[in-house]
Design a protein around this ligand. Structure first.
Ligand SMILES: [Zn+2]
Ligand SMILES: [Zn+2]
Length: 454
């Protein structure tokens, strides 16, 4: 029998000391919860090993039944290793998140021949009982529909995982607004610990709202003399929606190329997250028309994505040349800059005009900068802060912000994957360390499609 005065035990399996492979185990009062289970990309010493994708060490869950997997949002660094977790054979009670996330998880998992745990779709504000723990999903802003923070209300108190977030959603749809009221109310009631997104903690100020990209993108589209070929993360639904609206306004026909682009936009359309695309009326021949807009995958110079093949003249339908404007509505993830620039040069050599975030303000980050992180800490006023989602220097930057905003230095834990932490009203303690290594995808025999960071 468990003792309810047991501390809350938190073990980050991945996502500390790196951007990617986010996975965290929370154990308390006989309940085991996993928050997120995503993939990572090579960085540091991993580069050049010929491995494209790394997994968190899901093997540590073997023989440890999970009552619930709670998912903060549908980016691949948070969901794309779920199939691998299921494949370990560990029983999973249910996977819970908001509708867009659950739809994306369902689409991704159905690509594998695996027994699926129940997938449960909830709304922001819903309370989900998992034994004596109540999980609450709280709306934040990010770069994909339905991002949430997750509060776990336990007998010992509340811990809050922010998920990936930014706070500035000025001018955005109400569904993109951060629930500051609820976050502040949690702070008023008392928060034992905050696990917070550190990605942009080193950058001063605030990250601009996604809405600030609309006008510059419209200008680029209005000025294009011929076809537009726009590439972005296929999960970047808001930016795709802006492009679809611009296409509608300028009477351009739209074509979606790339499996994940079609799948994600279809899901977004079904859940009313983008304007209807009326795609069935468009035939493949229309792709050559001057008044068309092609939305495609390949913004990260992935070799076999649509734009990669087109840049080499190898795509059967998309031939890029004079008069075409290729718009990169996302920026390269760290480590990809060289490959992306090389591909952009190949497109220029074919005669296309290439527009990137250097030329127009068509990209903003989805992660909070220093002032927003400070605001989050002041809303939640947590006793303990554990920076997550970031390389070591990013974690340290958030730790400093926490101390600047009144959190006691001994209650801030800059940790690493595999740390076993205990949290209670007295603070946080490192009590153990487990092996938690990065596993190359494919080593567990499960094929994996191309992933996207975020
Ligand atoms: Zn994300
Ligand atoms: Zn992320």
């Amino acid at each position: 029998m468990s003792d309810v005065s047991d501390p809350i035990r938190i073990t980050p399996i991945g996502g500390l000391g790196e951007v990617g492979r986010n996975m965290m185990v929370v154990e308390h009062d006989g309940i085991r919860i996993v928050i997120d289970c995503g993939i990572g990309f090579p960085h540091g010493d991993d580069r050049g090993l010929g491995v494209d994708i790394f997994l968190p060490d899901v093997r540590v869950m073997r023989g440890k039944p999970v009552d619930a997997v709670l998912v903060t949002h549908a980016h691949d660094d948070h969901v794309a290793a779920l199939a691998h977790l299921i494949r370990t054979g560990t029983p999973i009670g249910r996977i819970v998140s908001l509708p867009f996330t659950i739809a994306m998880v369902e689409a991704k998992l159905s690509e594998h021949d695996l027994p699926l745990p129940p997938l449960v779709s909830v709304q922001p504000g819903d309370m989900v009982e998992i034994g004596s723990i109540t999980a609450e999903f709280i709306r934040v802003a990010h770069s994909i529909p339905d991002p949430t923070a997750i509060a776990l209300h336990t007998k010992l108190g509340t811990i809050v995982h922010t998920g990936d977030y930014k706070l500035d959603a000025t001018g955005q749809d109400v569904r993109r607004q951060v629930d500051r009221k609820r976050l502040s109310a949690l702070g008023d009631a008392g928060v034992l610990a905050m696990l917070g997104d550190s990605t942009n903690a080193q950058l001063p100020g605030r990250t601009p709202s996604e809405a600030t990209t609309i006008e510059p993108l419209n200008d680029v589209i209005d000025e294009a003399p011929g076809r537009i070929i726009l590439t972005s993360f296929s999960s970047q639904i808001d930016r795709i929606d802006h492009a679809l609206r611009a296409a509608d306004r300028t009477h351009r026909q739209v074509m979606l190329l790339g499996r994940s682009m079609r799948r994600n936009v279809k899901i977004a359309e079904r859940l009313h997250e983008v304007m209807p695309t009326n795609l069935p009326t468009l035939s493949r021949r229309d792709i050559a028309g001057v008044k068309s807009m092609v939305l495609c995958t390949g913004s990260q110079a992935e070799e076999f994505a649509v734009l990669g093949r087109a840049s080499r003249g190898e795509h059967p339908d998309l031939h890029i040349g004079n008069g075409d404007t290729v718009v990169y509505a996302s920026r390269p993830v760290p480590g990809n800059e060289g490959a992306v620039e090389e591909m952009q040069n190949m497109l220029r050599m074919r005669g296309a005009r290439v527009v990137t975030h250097h030329d127009a303000a068509i990209h903003v980050s989805g992660h909070a900068r220093a002032d927003e992180i400070s605001e989050m800490i002041r809303m939640l006023r947590p006793n303990v802060v554990i920076p997550v989602h970031g390389e070591d220097q990013m974690l340290r930057a958030q730790a400093e912000l926490a101390i600047d905003n009144g959190v006691k230095a001994e209650n801030v834990h800059v940790g690493q994957n595999g740390d076993v932490l205990e949290i209670d009203a007295t603070g946080v303690r490192l009590v153990d360390q487990i092996d938690s290594m990065a596993i190359p995808a494919g080593s567990d025999g499960l094929p994996l499609g191309a992933g996207e960071p975020g």
